[in-house]
Design a protein around this ligand. Structure first.
Ligand SMILES: Nc1ncnc2c1ncn2[C@@H]1O[C@H](COP(=O)(O)OP(=O)(O)OP(=O)(O)O)[C@@H](O)[C@H]1O
Length: 288
């Protein structure tokens, strides 16, 4: 090999290495979701309900984020805003490098949203529903059917593939919603109470699926009230209360050396520590 050729080869290799380092660095540092001063109010008659009062978050790719908070804290509202379903919010949000206000369609193509209670077309069968979902994303029918088949099998729903969904239980419908939300191979998956209504086996499958998806580089943002699941599968836990982020970190960071459970931390940080007293008061109220 001539000297010139050797030098060219050396330079090309160096350049490739440089590019790879740059790519890896930017993957490490560029958040897939960036939220700045997110605020959202709802009007209840004449009263203003300040639900989100300035949420700031940067979310790295490949992470599982457990988004928790008491009932009415604004978890679903945040998720709906991030998915482009609620458009009138204050603050700045970018998802996958796109501005949510101006490029929400580009975002919607690359995210999956699995709501807790979706209005499904339950006169359809799972396969028809997935074919419909796939068509909305412009996916080839054979690819959708192949993927649907595999996912239905995984969630033990294959035998129901051609059954109308109006006969399905809540958990069965939840599984179909989950599968449909994954059919277009999204980069970010938003799940609102994904485990609600699922039996113990399915909870295990969902937990495994979420962990596997994160290992494949997907980002998972999920709301749940099931603290031991949040504790076990989340890389990062964000707790909101009264419109603000009140805790944010890994479970170890949140515990900060103590052996307290997430349930206990949740109760302490949201001022909901008096469950025994509340339970007693409820029982007494029934007795009167
Ligand atoms: N479309 C709406 N119109 C008016 N108020 C709304 C609307 N959607 C949500 N809210 C209010 O916003 C607050 C936050 O609701 P949200 O559903 O986001 O809470 P959450 O944290 O998901 O609660 P949960 O854990 O009970 O599901 C609640 O007070 C709710 O009543």
């Amino acid at each position: 090999m001539g000297l010139l050729l050797k030098m060219k080869f050396h330079l090309q290799t160096q350049l490739q290495l440089l590019l790879l380092t740059f790519k890896l660095k930017s993957m490490e540092t560029n958040p897939v979701i960036s939220i700045r001063n997110l605020q959202k109010n709802f009007l209840n008659g004449k009263e203003v309900n300040h639900v989100l009062k300035g949420i700031n978050l940067d979310i790295a790719p490949g992470q599982i984020i457990g988004y928790i908070g008491p009932n009415g804290a604004g978890k679903s509202t945040t998720v709906k805003i991030l998915c482009g379903l609620i458009e009138d919010f204050e603050g700045d949000i970018t998802v996958l490098g796109h501005d949510l206000r101006t490029e929400s369609l580009a975002i919607k193509r690359r995210i999956g949203y699995i709501p807790e209670n979706a209005a499904m077309y339950d006169m359809l069968t799972p396969l028809e529903y997935m074919s419909f979902a796939g068509a909305l994303y412009g996916l080839p029918e054979e690819r959708v059917m192949e993927k649907a088949g595999k996912l239905l099998e995984l969630f033990e729903m294959k035998k129901h593939a051609d059954q109308r969904m109006d006969t399905f239980s809540k958990g069965m419908k939840q599984k179909i919603l989950l599968i449909s939300g994954l059919i277009h191979n999204p980069d970010i998956i938003f799940l609102d109470e994904p485990l609600s209504g699922l039996d113990a086996n399915s909870v295990m499958v969902v937990k495994e699926v979420l962990s596997q998806l994160a290992k494949d580089g997907k980002t998972i943002f999920f709301c749940s009230h099931i603290m031991d699941v949040v504790e076990r599968i989340s890389h990062r836990i964000v707790l909101i209360n009264h419109g603000h982020v009140v805790a944010d970190g890994t479970i170890e960071e949140l515990r900060s050396g103590s052996s307290e459970t997430l349930e206990k931390l949740f109760a302490d940080l949201t001022g909901q520590g008096g469950q025994t007293v509340t339970a007693e008061a409820i029982v007494q109220a029934f007795g009167n």
